[in-house]
Design a protein around this ligand. Structure first.
Ligand SMILES: [Zn+2]
Length: 414
């Protein structure tokens, strides 16, 4: 039987930060694994990226388009959490339901198959801690009455709200800035490793991204030390670093990068609806070319993409050339998939370097870090595999690496 696998996702960790890390758990894994820089997807924002990691597909297949988007069927904005202000503006209860429940139950395409669905249909046991794309076949009741039940993997832990097993972990949401969510993950992870409770665990650590938004990219050293400590907890539970690798194969990656925000602006698309957050914006319009041309003189707009007669058009500052997409990682594939997502706007705008869009509530990260664009800094992630062969070139390859390790064939999207 192949070794069980731990997939560690440190949200927002840049390749440069990973490569310079001198923290013990990350260093140890790096010394024993194979490493490369890999590409994220577009928009390079967490709900989109985690859906791609989980389903092994680009957004045209999994259909999660952005952190904030227009639901054409329900004629309303879906807001997964650009900022607390944006969540309030979209309706607090509705946004929480969209983010926690409906992202998996309704928005994530049935044609996409999660890593949990793929492995559990082959008789394996999977576990997920705090990851936002968790869809599986096991029904889980909430720990708080009045919240709907959800379908997740057999071992399922989500911010203290869903817990398939009693682990004694502390509440997840106590003090975000001090890393309480990763501390919760570590406590649950320790419990799972101690019991040998899974064939594959998706171990998602979001606190680094939170700190990096505040302090700026490559500055959140304290937060990285805490992410590292959360990995060390798993190793300790296994009996130490060497014992951990004797027992487990590992993927360690992030979901997207980050870049420094030096300027902020609201995207103006006239009367057309804009959904903007961080460094990506979408415009829902009947006149994509006219909108793209109107954006030429807005400094916040970097590469602007839309489809015309079935072909992708890429435009920047009035220049129209698909070769613009060769300047950014995996540009052509990422843009085509973003535009062919049925939930995306007709025009997608990648922010210019150094710029960020205001969200629904006018919030931003000026002076801190942000991500979402096609640009290199947002789009490159560290990708390390230990005991699994060569690391994939894209976050969409993680699921396939794990499935192949177990000899499980993955369902092709319809
Ligand atoms: Zn972020």
């Amino acid at each position: 039987m192949p070794k069980p696998v731990v997939v560690i996702v440190i949200d927002g960790l840049t390749p440069s930060m990973f490569e310079a890390a001198d923290t013990p758990a990350i260093r140890f894994l790096a010394e024993h694994g194979e490493y490369r820089r890999a590409a994220s997807v577009f928009p390079s924002l967490t709900p989109v990226c985690l859906a791609s990691i989980s389903t092994g597909s680009y957004p045209d297949v999994h259909q999660i388009p952005h952190l904030v988007w227009w639901h054409r069927g329900e004629q309303r904005i879906i807001e997964y959490g650009s900022s607390f202000g944006a969540i309030r503006a979209a309706g607090l209860a509705r946004s929480l339901r969209d983010t926690i429940i409906d992202l998996n139950a309704k928005h994530l395409s049935r044609d996409a198959e999660t890593i949990h669905e793929a492995l559990e249909s082959a008789g394996l046991t999977t576990a997920a801690i705090n990851v936002t794309t968790y869809r599986g076949t096991h029904r889980h009741l909430p720990t708080i009455p009045g919240v709907p039940a959800v379908n997740g993997p057999k071992r399922f832990f989500f911010y203290s709200l869903y817990e398939s097993d009693r682990t004694g972990a502390p509440m997840a949401i106590r003090n975000r800035a001090l890393g309480s969510i990763d501390a919760y993950a570590a406590s649950v992870g320790r419990w799972l490793v101690t019991r040998d409770g899974f064939d594959a665990l998706v171990y998602y650590l979001p606190d680094y991204d939170y700190a990096s938004h505040t302090h700026g990219p490559d500055s959140a050293h304290e937060a990285l030390a805490r992410s590292d400590a959360a990995i060390s907890e798993l190793m300790d539970a296994a009996g130490g670093q060497d014992a951990f690798l004797e027992r487990y194969a590992v993927v360690l990656c992030s979901d997207h990068g980050q870049s420094l925000v030096e300027n902020v602006a609201r995207l103006d698309a006239g009367d057309d609806l804009v959904t903007a957050s961080n460094r990506a914006a979408m415009v829902y319009t009947n006149t994509p070319r006219a909108v793209a041309e109107k954006l030429d003189d807005q400094p916040v707009a970097g590469i602007v993409v839309f489809e015309e007669d079935g072909r992708v058009v890429a435009r920047r500052d009035g220049d129209e050339d698909e070769a613009l997409l060769d300047e950014v990682p995996d540009g052509r594939a990422r843009v085509a998939a973003a535009l062919r997502n049925p939930n995306a706007g007709e025009v997608i705008v990648s922010a210019a370097p150094g710029w960020e869009f205001l969200d629904l509530a006018g919030r931003h990260h000026l002076g801190g870090g942000s991500h979402g664009s096609l640009e290199l800094a947002d789009s490159e992630v560290p990708m390390l595999t230990v005991g699994l062969g060569a690391p994939p070139a894209s976050i969409t390859g993680v699921k396939g690496v794990v499935a192949r390790h177990f000899g499980v064939s993955v369902r092709r999207a319809a």
